[in-house]
Design a protein around this ligand. Structure first.
Ligand code: SF4
Ligand code: MG
Length: 314
């Protein structure tokens, strides 16, 4: 059963050039219930914008976001409230914008009370359960955000999201700011929570290496477009799109598979003025005249594996 689906476009006004820019252009993405999908690309590719739209924080200017078959923009009242709780977003440092004078108890515990997921009498026990699930000592609830390390803060951010009993979580660079050893701990926590609570995730990351081990499927974005989508093992074993191939070569590895470290040539063009045709053509070693003129469409190259490159059309 399809849990989330969307075909969307997003325009962002720009005061630099006074023109409208497609941050995300004609992207179609679906996430099945229980699946872990990662959206990967360099900064400025539109993946955070897409994540915000999926999480309902930013409306698309055209197209729609479907959650369990319903267009979330058309929901009102109780239905809208339900989706706002069921779809949660976790950021790189969720506590960065929070009131430093509030204790953890108030930061995490207030929403479940307001939304009647617990009662005032049971709020403390409810909070203890959520914190334990996230590997946090419940006594921490009397502390303030600044009293925590980066890894603990991310656990608190996860606890805050889980406290409202979501079933779909969008994680935007949720481990990017953490040390490698802490990253692994938090990724393991995400995996455990998925098993315990039957969660569905959309991970957003600039780093293919980070999401390799947690993702069922990986979607690669470049300058506002999806260029490739495949099951994780297939993507790593048989990357189709030249951009994906270049990203894979950038992952530093100890094993020989991708040992030839070669950075992708050229700068990422401005999303304000993306190249005509295939957006990747100025950096692609295989570009032809056709690539400079014609936008390649996403086409199936193997079961469950889509890629948008003219090389596939012979
Ligand atoms: Fe390269 Fe052309 Fe394929 Fe784009 S369509 S990735 S420029 S070969
Ligand atoms: Mg971002």
């Amino acid at each position: 059963p399809l849990d989330f689906a969307g075909k969307i476009a997003q325009k962002l006004g720009s005061n630099i050039r006074e023109e409208v820019v497609h941050a995300v252009d004609g992207v179609s993405l679906h996430v099945n219930k229980g699946e872990v999908v990662s959206l990967v690309g360099e900064s400025g590719c539109g993946k955070s914008t897409l994540g915000r739209m999926v999480a309902g924080i930013m409306p698309p200017t055209s197209g729609e976001i479907l959650y369990k078959g319903q267009n979330i923009a058309s929901l009102t009242g109780e239905d809208a409230r339900e989706v706002a709780l069921k779809v949660q977003m976790i950021f790189q440092d969720p506590f960065a914008s929070l009131n430093p004078r509030l204790r953890v108890r108030d930061i995490i515990g207030e929403a479940p009370l307001v939304h009647k997921l617990t009662t005032a009498a049971e709020q403390d026990d409810y909070l203890d359960d959520v914190m334990l699930r996230c590997g946090l000592d419940p006594s921490y609830k009397r502390r303030y955000p600044h009293q925590f390390s980066g890894g603990q803060r991310q656990r608190l951010g996860i606890a805050r999201a889980l406290a409202v009993q979501p079933d779909f979580i969008v994680c935007d660079e949720a481990v990017a700011a953490l040390d490698v050893s802490i990253q692994a701990q938090i990724l393991n926590l995400f995996i455990k929570l998925r098993e315990d609570l039957d969660l569905t995730y959309l991970f957003i990351s600039h780093d293919l290496g980070v999401v390799e081990h947690i993702s069922d499927r990986i979607v690669i974005m470049y300058l506002g477009r999806v260029v490739e989508s495949a099951p994780t093992e297939e993507l790593f074993a048989k990357p189709n799109h030249p951009y994906t191939q270049a990203l894979l070569r950038e992952i530093p590895r100890l094993d020989a598979r991708h040992a030839d470290f070669t950075p992708i040539e050229g700068e990422i063009p401005s999303p304000l003025d993306p190249p005509q045709g295939c957006h990747f053509h100025p950096r692609c070693p295989f570009a032809t005249d056709r690539c400079r003129q014609e936008v390649p469409q996403l086409k199936s190259v193997a079961p469950g594996h889509m890629s948008a490159c003219h090389l596939n059309e012979g």
